[in-house]
Structure formats: structure tokens, C-alpha cells
Design a protein around this ligand. Structure first.
Ligand SMILES: Nc1nc2c(c(=O)[nH]1)N[C@H]1C(S)=C(S)[C@@H](COP(=O)(O)OP(=O)(O)OC[C@H]3O[C@@H](n4cnc5c(N)ncnc54)[C@H](O)[C@@H]3O)O[C@H]1N2
Ligand code: MOO
Length: 430
């Protein structure tokens, strides 16, 4: 099972890449994954991988839209009955269609019952009256012209011909699409496989519970990053904590299940690491990637915060997103690299950038795009004072992230803004 994936587009590596380039490189690095076939009940919210057609005409037989009688020609009619025993209870809907009607004949029919050959319309039960056992005429409440030709008949193929495309590839499947697929005769649907993501958390100073001492920090990633990945359309695979030892980092990244640190056997398409992107004696990620001969796709981004962010392709093909350890820097790296990468792998479009009017003047910062949490107040984007790389109050309270160019901006100037994944609906797929 494969999609029509073509050769991956490899954009040239730019150390300290411009923010826009980093975002588009990450998106192009993520080619849609092979599709998988899932039962209808599991397809909700997934992206359809191939056009879906009607496997037979919809509806697949001409049926009655009302309880009453199928009639041939104008009134009065003589009722006919078919008294053969039915094999199955559901065949009650087939009974009415068993024999052709001659002009002047009628046969009782149920809503959904099969229209017999020769029938010109259906007379609703309210509009007919039977006398003398088998004589059907219009009741006093019937319209004078009832039933008009074709009235209350649902013709076969009225909604779709056999083979007609009813749901196009790239559609994000909603409950109505699932119902339509069922009516078109499908038991399963081909959907793009969500990218599988593994998470490696580093930092010997990071604690998971309670109050940290000086020199320790509470883990801000473990309690939310897996859920954020799910929000972005990934499927979380493994979460592992790593010691700040070079050997453990190499073992964790390796495609060989060499020791207990290895996640090779369970890891999927994308590996996220947190922290260790720097060049200190405690940071081993760069060295490990170099020693493994990983292909660096992004090595640093000219942005603040989040500049040490990396994207690499491991020799086994998995993509590694290295998020900086500082919590706000890591969030901005998620929006700049991880989110576009997952969109590419999901076959979804890169979410369109929005624009906002700056609410204040912002000074230039040569060589850096700034990503600043902001609130929209009176139609203007007001940057948060909590914008430093270790701060979380700004992003926690934000409506969006302003993308301020190195030249800065002036009040009322339009600047790019990224909506937050938790304030927007999932983007439509390509
Ligand atoms: N000499 C230089 N030092 C630093 C530079 C630089 O260019 N030259 N860049 C700074 C910037 S900017 C960033 S961002 C960080 C990148 O650091 P790392 O990715 O190596 O991350 P760590 O050093 O492991 O951690 C940084 C900071 O974040 C805290 N942290 C780590 N994990 C967590 C977690 N799970 N939850 C909360 N906080 C976490 C960690 O304790 C550190 O305080 O480097 C700067 N230095
Ligand atoms: O760029 Mo660092 O990523 O500012 O915090």
C-alpha cells in the first residue's frame, strides 16, 4: 500500500536559516506517508488518501419514499398481492417489486420498498382507500392530481452512478463522509497514516514532580508535549527520558536496538528531542548526529527565541526535530519546524499565515526574526511582556504569535501572526 510519493524535495541546508526558509524546509522534508486501510468506524478525522467512488448506483434500486401503494396509471386500481413466503424478514422490502404491474394495477409498498416494473408512481396510504377487498381509489383527503407521474419514487442512481467519485482524496473525513462511504458500499477507507512520533527528554537537572531546588527545573515538556503532538495530527509512540551521557544519546538515536536506551524497535517516523542543542559539555546531540552521519536539514534558525533548533534526517530515514531546552524557545520551535513537518507527513497543507496590525512599535533586531506571544486587543496585536525564552506566562495567555521581522515594526503595520494550535481548528487537508 503506497501513495504516489515522489522523490523527496531536499532543500539546501542553511546554517542559521531564515525563519521563512526553516518553516518551508521543514514542510517539504515531510512527504506524505504510505496510506493505511481502516474500518469506517476508525476513519473519522483522518485524511482520505484516494478518491472514493460509489461501488454501485446510489440508491442501488428504485424504492418508495412513502408507505402506500405502487400504482400503474391513473385511478382506480385493482390491488394485486404476491403470496409467496419470504425467506428472510428483510425481504419484506423486496416483495412489492416481485412482479411487474399492468396498467390499472397497484401493490402495497413500504417506505424503502422495491418499485415494481410498470409502476408509474406511489400513492401515500393517507391518499388511498381500499373497498371490496381489492379496489383502490383516491381518499377524500387526496389531491385531485395525485399521484403525479414519478411521485414518491426514489430512482436508482439518483444520488450517484456506479463508479462516480463521491469523496475526493485529501478530504478530512467528517461523520457525514463516513455515512456516505457506507452508502456507497465501502467497509474500509484508505487514509493517510498519521506520523508516529517518539519523544526523548534530556536534562539531568529536570525533575518530574514537586518543587525543584536551585539548579533543578520542573519538566515542562513531559506533561504537555505528547498531547500537543496529538493535537498537531501526530500519533505518539514512545516517551523516554535520557541521561546527559553521550553514549545514551547515541544509543537512543541508533536504529539498532543496542541497549535498554534504544527506542529503535518502537520508534516511528519522527523523533523529538528536548534540550541538549547547545555546545556545552552536557550537550551531546550535535556530536551524536555528526558521528551518526545524520543529514542536517536545518542547523539553527535566525529567530529568537529558539535559534539552536535543528532538523536532521537519520541514516535510517527517521526525521529528528531537536527542540531547545528553554520552554518558550521549544514552543516556538514546535510552531516553526515540528508543526510544518507533521503537516507535510500528514498530507495537510502548510497552515496559511495570518496578518495582524501591530499594537506598538517594536525595535529592529538585526539578523533575527522574533516570535512574540501576543494578545489581540481592539483589533491590534499587543506583545506580551513575558517573551523571554524561559518564560511561559506570555504564551499561556496568548491569542497568537507575532512574527516580527528583523527590521522591527511600527504601530498599525501589518505583521505575520501564527494562530496557536489550541485556538484554531485543524486545517483542511490538501
Ligand atoms: N554559550 C552559549 N550558551 C547558550 C546559547 C548560545 O548560543 N551560546 N544559546 C542559549 C539558547 S538561546 C538556548 S535556547 C539554550 C539551548 O539550550 P539546550 O537546547 O542545549 O538546552 P539545555 O541546555 O539542556 O537547557 C536550556 C534550559 O532549559 C531548561 N530545560 C531543559 N529541559 C527542560 C524541561 N524539560 N523543562 C523545563 N526546562 C527545561 C534547562 O534546565 C536550561 O535552563 O542554550 C543557551 N545557551
Ligand atoms: O534562542 Mo534561545 O532558543 O533564546 O532561548
Amino acid at each position: 500500500m503506497t501513495t504516489d510519493n515522489s522523490t523527496p524535495v531536499i532543500l539546501p541546508l542553511q546554517p542559521n536559516a531564515a525563519w521563512e526558509h526553516a518553516r518551508s524546509s521543514a514542510y517539504s522534508a515531510g512527504r506524505p506517508l504510505p496510506y493505511e486501510t481502516v474500518p469506517l468506524a476508525e476513519a473519522l478525522g483522518q485524511i482520505l488518501a484516494l478518491d472514493t467512488t460509489a461501488l454501485q448506483p446510489v440508491p442501488h434500486y428504485a424504492s418508495s419514499a412513502m408507505d402506500g401503494w405502487a400504482v400503474s396509471g391513473p385511478p382506480p386500481w385493482q390491488l394485486v398481492t404476491h403470496e409467496e413466503p419470504r425467506a428472510e424478514r428483510w425481504q419484506i422490502h423486496k416483495e412489492s417489486g416481485r412482479r411487474p404491474l399492468q396498467p390499472g394495477q397497484a401493490v402495497a409498498i413500504l417506505t424503502g420498498g422495491m418499485i415494481p416494473a410498470g409502476a408509474s408512481s406511489v400513492l401515500r396510504s393517507e391518499s388511498g382507500v381500499v373497498s371490496g377487498g381489492d379496489k383502490l381509489t383516491l381518499s377524500s383527503s387526496a389531491r385531485g392530481d395525485e399521484p403525479s407521474v414519478g411521485e414518491h419514487i426514489r430512482p436508482a442512481g439518483e444520488e450517484a452512478a456506479a463508479g462516480e467519485v463521491t469523496i475526493t482524496r485529501g478530504t478530512v473525513l467528517n461523520p457525514a463522509h463516513i455515512a456516505l462511504a457506507a452508502v456507497c458500499g465501502h467497509d474500509t477507507l484508505p487514509v493517510l497514516r498519521p506520523p508516529r512520533v517518539s519523544l526523548l527528554l534530556t536534562g539531568d537537572e529536570v525533575i518530574e514532580y514537586g518543587l525543584p531546588e536551585a539548579g533543578q527545573v520542573r519538566d515542562t515538556f513531559g506533561p504537555q508535549l505528547p498531547q500537543l503532538v496529538t493535537m498537531l495530527g501526530g500519533r505518539m509512540d514512545v516517551v523516554r527520558r535520557l541521561s546527559d551521557r553521550y553514549e545514551d544519546v547515541v544509543a537512543a538515536l541508533s536504529s539498532d536496538a543496542t541497549d535498554e536506551m534504544s527506542i529503535a524497535m518502537s520508534s516511528g517516523d519522527v523523533l523529538i528531542t528536548t534540550g541538549g542543542t547547545g555546545r556545552s559539555e552536557a550537550d551531546h546531540l550535535r556530536q551524536a548526529l555528526e558521528d551518526m552521519q545524520a543529514e542536517m536539514l536545518i542547523d539553527g534558525i535566525a529567530m529568537r527565541p529558539g535559534h539552536p533548533t535543528m532538523l536532521a534526517r537519520l541514516p535510517d530515514g527517521r526525521l529528528l526535530v531537536a527542540l531547545p531546552g528553554n520552554p518558550l524557545a521549544a514552543m516556538m520551535a514546535v510552531f516553526t519546524v515540528l508543526q510544518p513537518l507533521l503537516d507535510g507527513l500528514r498530507g495537510a497543507p502548510l497552515p496559511p499565515e495570518r496578518h495582524v496590525l501591530a499594537g506598538v512599535d517594536i525595535e529592529p533586531l538585526p539578523g533575527r526574526t522574533r516570535l512574540i506571544p501576543c494578545r489581540i486587543e481592539n483589533g491590534r496585536a499587543v506583545p506580551s511582556p513575558y517573551f523571554r525564552s524561559g518564560m511561559l506566562r506570555g504564551i499561556a495567555d496568548a491569542d497568537a504569535v507575532m512574527v516580527v521581522p528583523e527590521a522591527g515594526c511600527t504601530t498599525d503595520e501589518a505583521v505575520t501572526a501564527l494562530p496557536l494550535p489550541w485556538t484554531v481548528e485543524q486545517p483542511p487537508a490538501r
